[in-house]
Design a binder for this molecule. Structure first.
Ligand SMILES: *Cc1c(COP(=O)(O)O)cnc(C)c1O
Length: 415
């Protein structure tokens, strides 16, 4: 038997799984069938409120939509946050449908000219990833007669410790090396573009509160140094985020109250060059990850080689991360449960496998389960971020997952 990660608090105490106050079986009936992702907007709203209570007054909260760009979810989140961060022309279009362009920033390497042109015409901020991108943006601005709004994404000279995915501190496709940033800021300002400030993102999925605190302090110090060297006050310093969520046995959540308190002290003591600057943090996973549940039906229960296999109608084509094939080195179990028997004692050890014809498609490896029968609903938790859109949906030709947004605003719509 191998351990599973912690079931999020919102669901852990239940006997029969409900999401947004509705039974899992009823949600499946409403959506039509499994496999089904359900996202509880109410839980996302609670998260945002919790974060705002923790953060110093005036620090903006941005949502990085690549974590989950479902249109209904995005429409629900947009009014609750100060900005949306996008990373493609497709995401930009989704963001523009729900948020004014002035509250959207567009990061990501390899922005094509047509993407730059759409962003500039709309008035979204481009988080420039290189000098070359700035040259192209300025040329497009020149041709269209619109001054681009440009922030500089900085490749910081440090990284977020304990981060599942490091994005700073070394050679990187993301951002401009810190040493070259002041010159680029001068280029942008001299060209008559609107300089929007700095974007400094040092890592992702960190559960190390002390490391996040340390990184935020280092980020503010770096922004001050670069601003001094550039001789310009950044209107906005986007401090990144990187807050992780507990996926695996032994993981513990980050302490957002401690992070907010420490950031307050750093900002109170910030260097004069940043006195008039605004600040924001951008989060994806932490805001939406725990609010999503992936529901699948058991199609078969079979024994082989002395082991039991519970075969479900979903798989890694919808929820790649739970199979351990999305940026993890060692495969460990996400939390999962039989929806109708959440707290029944385990009577067996079984592996929960998806319906794809590949050994990679294992959603739970030798987990402890109560009795399971064909037709039962299996719930995989922590499916709100990097699920449906971060999985190879076309692999093996099964249909896409259904997605349903519940809770929060009273509007519940399927797709
Ligand atoms: C992916 C990404 C995020 C979101 O990261 P999470 O770990 O989901 O919070 C934020 N900012 C940038 C620039 C990103 O690329």
């Amino acid at each position: 038997m191998k351990p599973t990660g912690p079931i999020p608090a919102a669901f852990a105490g239940q006997d029969r799984l409900t999401i947004g106050g509705e039974a899992a079986e009823a949600l499946v009936a409403r959506a039509g069938d499994t496999p089904l992702f359900v996202y509880d907007l109410g839980l996302v709203a609670e998260r945002i409120a919790l974060l705002r209570r923790a953060l110093p007054q005036g620090v903006g909260v941005h949502y990085a939509i690549k974590a989950n760009p479902h249109p209904d979810l995005l429409a629900g989140i947009a009014p609750l946050v100060d900005g949306l961060d996008v990373a493609s022309g497709g995401e930009l279009a989704r963001a523009l449908a729900v948020k004014p362009a002035g509250e959207i920033s567009f990061a990501g390497p390899g922005k094509r000219d047509d993407e730059l042109a759409v962003a500039i015409a709309a008035g979204a901020t481009l988080n420039a990833e290189s000098e070359g991108e700035v040259v192209r943006a300025l040329a497009i601005g020149e041709r269209s007669g619109i001054a681009p709004r440009l922030a500089v994404r900085v490749n910081p000279d440090f990284e977020l410790r304990g981060s599942g995915m490091r994005m700073g501190g070394r050679a990187s496709p993301f951002g401009v090396d810190a040493a070259r940033v002041p010159a680029l800021v001068r280029t942008i300002r001299d060209a008559g573009a609107e300089w929007r400030g700095f974007h400094i993102f040092a890592g992702s999925q960190s559960l190390d509160t002390a490391a996040i605190v340390e990184t935020q302090a280092a980020t503010v110090a770096l922004a001050a140094r670069l601003a001094d060297e550039a001789g310009a006050v950044p209107p906005l310093v986007n401090l990144g985020g990187g807050f992780g969520i507990p996926y695996f046995a032994g993981d513990t959540p980050v302490d957002v109250a401690a992070i907010g308190a420490a950031l307050g002290e750093v900002l109170d003591a910030r260097p004069p060059v940043l006195a008039e600057s605004g600040f924001a943090i951008e989060l994806g996973r932490w805001l939406v990850g725990e609010a999503g549940v992936y529901l699948t039906h058991v199609v078969d229960v079979k024994d082989s080689g002395g082991e039991r296999f519970v075969v479900v109608d979903g798989g890694l084509h919808h929820q790649l991360a739970a199979s351990g094939n999305f940026g993890t080195v060692v495969r460990r179990n996400y939390p999962l449960a039989i929806a109708a028997r959440m707290r029944e004692p385990a009577t067996q050890t079984a592996s929960v496998v998806g319906c794809l014809c590949t050994p990679l498609d294992r959603l739970g490896d030798r987990v402890a389960l109560p009795p399971v029968a064909v037709g039962d609903l299996v719930a995989l938790f922590l499916a709100g971020a990097y699920g449906a859109t971060a999985s190879p949906a076309a692999f093996l030709g099964h249909p896409p997952a259904r997605e349903l947004v519940v809770g929060g605003t009273g509007s519940t719509r399927g797709r």
